[in-house]
Design a protein around this ligand. Sequence first.
Ligand code: IPM
Ligand code: MG
Length: 360
Amino acid sequence: MEYKVGLIRGDGIGPEIVEQAVKILDVVAKKYDAVFSYEEILLGGASIDATGEPLTEENLAKARSCDAVLMGSIGGNTSTSPWYKLPPKLRPEAGLLKIRKELGLFANLRPAYLFDELRKACPLRDEIIGDGFDMMIMRELTGGLYFGERKTYEENGIMKAVDTLTYGEDEIRRIAVRGFDIARKRKKKVTSVDKANVLDSSRLWRKVVEEVAKDYPDVSYEHMLVDNAAMQLVHDPGQFDVILTENMFGDILSDEASMVTGSIGMLSSASLREDTFGLYEPSHGSAPDIAGQDIANPIATILSASMMLRYSFNMDDAADDIDGAVKKVLEDGYRTVDIMSEGMEQVGTTRMGDLISERL
Ligand code: IPM
Ligand code: MG
């Protein structure tokens, strides 16, 4: 099979980690008799520097023409980078929001699990970790506060700002269906997170989730208020399977969940729509402070490439192969600095990529 893969190398550590994922894809192509052709796409700070905009129509069209897009990370240091002196619509993040919205990528899957080998990196106490945890955060990605109307204005000499949180039942239904579908392939439990004790949008969310749940009698579900969910994530993370939530809550809870695993440099993500197209990226940011030093952990991006093979190219065997090679490298005692512990061998970005390729 032949696939066209868009590559957004991005900013900060983006280019070096994407390079390692491409290395892995090249090995997979040979081993599984697939052909990957690459299309370079500019987004974020790199695009601002080259074109003055965080995502041009030309680059958006390139992304549309691909079967899937693999992204490193975008953005810079918000207090020192000149990109953040630009109006909000021209900053790196605006490009990311634009590609999500324009390509209709409404379902954001953020797995957060504890690698057995990295138990020591987990900031939680042993009795809280218990048998470990493995959850999938399903974040709605193209609605809510991120895309509602907003304005800043002056009234009677006082500055005011307003952001609106709107959800249509159709938007809630499609992400809920996706969440229940995924739960069915996992531990069959959905925790729908909202703020229904305060927000109308959350009350509608709850109603629609209950309707969808009727079609999945084999999947258990519960509702949880977002403040409680934030607390439960550090109190008893093992209780969660699929966490289904709206855009802003998902942004916040997914950072918390990834930190709880102690290895944010290991976590991948996928942004999907109804067909097989997807945008795949590590859950972590662009870490401009360590860019270009060959110390960043490429594993989250490599596991994102694995998700791409699984969800967009239907290449489950190759995806299992990559996941297994990552596990093997950890078993063999190799660590990048972010997950380093006593007795292990510390390696850099490129070497980690090589070690994983050798195990495929
Ligand atoms: C994320 C990021 C983005 C978001 C930012 C960079 C706009 O935090 O992907 O979680 O808030 O969605
Ligand atoms: Mg975020």
